[in-house]
Design a protein around this ligand. Structure first.
Ligand code: MN3
Length: 201
């Protein structure tokens, strides 16, 4: 299946002052659109056209060698960003009681979770992502990945992720990745994360 281009679920300026309009425009219409197009170009005419992107990413070993790096990078970019747009919202939201209980059990509390998630985001060297995932045992974990690698390729289900490529923040925050991650927490769509957790756990 080709990767579908998802429109933003809010206006480009809706996340200001936390995420600025210009960054959102470039990030969505250039970077993300580029991943979608390159993925679709790469798989055109191959058997991969019959599978959803996340299924392809879940089994990269099954991808023909000559396509693998393009699928990993551009399919990953399409999948990661499609989710990322929906993990943010201009509405102020909070984790459900159920999700909060799971976060508290796994990390000690919401603030402890945020500290550890931020640490994962800051310690990811170079471009990549930090994630809250559910592992195969149903446990919440924090992981980070390089480039556009997705936890889906490690058998993990991403519940929340923050893009720490410089294109996601440099225009507004410069080298201040920590300030950007703090700002990200101001716009996290906890309703979405809570619904997904409830459906998956
Ligand atoms: Mn990005």
């Amino acid at each position: 299946m080709t990767a579908e281009f998802h429109e933003l679920p809010y206006a480009h300026n809706a996340l200001e002052p936390h995420i600025d309009e210009e960054t959102m425009k470039l990030h969505h219409s250039k970077h993300y659109a580029g991943y979608v197009k390159k993925y679709n170009d790469a798989i055109a005419g191959t058997d991969l056209e019959g599978k959803p992107v996340d299924e392809v990413l879940a089994d990269l070993d099954a991808v023909p060698t000559e396509l693998r790096s393009g699928v990993r990078n551009n399919g990953g970019g399409a999948s990661n960003h499609e989710k990322f747009w929906h993990w943010m919202s201009p509405e102020k939201t909070e984790p459900s009681e159920e999700l909060l209980a799971a976060i508290t059990s796994a990390f000690g509390g919401l603030n402890d979770f945020q500290d550890r998630f931020k640490q994962a985001a800051l310690s990811q060297f170079g471009s990549g992502w930090a994630w809250l995932v559910i592992d195969g045992d149903g446990q919440l974990r924090i992981v980070s990945t390089a480039n556009q690698d997705t936890p889906i390729s490690q058998g993990l289900i991403p519940l929340l992720g923050v893009d720490v490529w410089e294109h996601a923040y440099y225009k507004h925050y410069g080298p201040g990745r920590a300030d950007y991650v703090d700002a990200f927490f101001e716009v996290v769509n906890w309703d979405k994360v809570s619904q997904d957790y409830s459906a998956i756990k």
